[in-house]
Design a binder for this molecule. Structure first.
Ligand SMILES: [Fe+2]
Length: 210
């Protein structure tokens, strides 16, 4: 997958393995992630894109009170990738995310926004956006539901893209095709904006560290 992304011209990868709070403790997850990283590192080529470790946290009750939540942010950034349930969100779910979004050290990024659209979550999503929650869409959204994806991107309802790549068969990295679609739909400026946002999010953390 890394090789394929590299071929597609990617210069940086955020590796975001799933974290399920009901299945493992943060310590166990981070140790397992480190082991996997240590195993992978010796096999990386010099020209391999920069890889930052992160996580995709599945929503759970009490997430906002969870100790050490910041450890799950994508390395060197404040971005916390959260996966919401595929249902109409309850008031509690919404307030939990809004609570996390008030933290100075965390910027909430909702994973694959397109998956929540069939469940009448528009109002909640709007409330999230107004509070600075960022929305990520999968690259496949731009291949399967081109029109809706482009409309949302134009309206500023999609802030970042994610490949949601899991393997080289059924869920391959397909950033190249998605970017191609956006270019062909005259979205060059939108892509530029997204790239600038990405740089800013990376710098934000750097500035804070400095
Ligand atoms: Fe996910």
């Amino acid at each position: 997958m890394i090789g394929e992304l590299s071929r597609q011209g990617v210069s940086g990868i955020a590796a975001t393995p799933h974290f399920y709070a009901n299945q493992s403790s943060p310590e166990h997850f981070l140790a397992k992630r480190k082991t996997a990283w240590d195993q992978l590192r010796p096999h990386l080529l010099a020209e391999t894109p920069e890889i930052r470790l992160g996580a995709e946290i599945q929503y759970f009750e009490g997430l906002h009170r969870y100790c050490g939540l910041e450890q799950f942010c994508i390395e060197g950034t404040k971005l916390l990738l959260i996966e919401m349930p595929q249902c109409t969100w309850t008031t509690r779910m919404v307030s939990t995310i809004l609570e996390v979004s008030t933290r100075e050290d965390i910027v909430v990024l909702l994973a694959h926004i397109e998956r929540y659209l069939p469940y009448r979550n528009e109002r909640s999503i709007k409330a999230f956006r107004e509070r600075g929650v960022l929305m990520q869409a999968s690259t496949s959204f731009f291949l399967t539901r081109r029109w809706t994806a482009m409309r949302m991107l134009r309206k500023g309802q999609i802030h970042l893209l994610g490949t949601d790549a899991h393997n080289m068969d059924t869920r391959r990295p397909n950033l190249e095709q998605a970017l191609d679609t956006i270019y062909r739909k005259r979205g060059t400026l939108l892509l530029q904006k997204m790239a600038e946002r990405e740089v800013m999010l990376l710098d934000e953390a750097k500035n804070n560290l400095g």
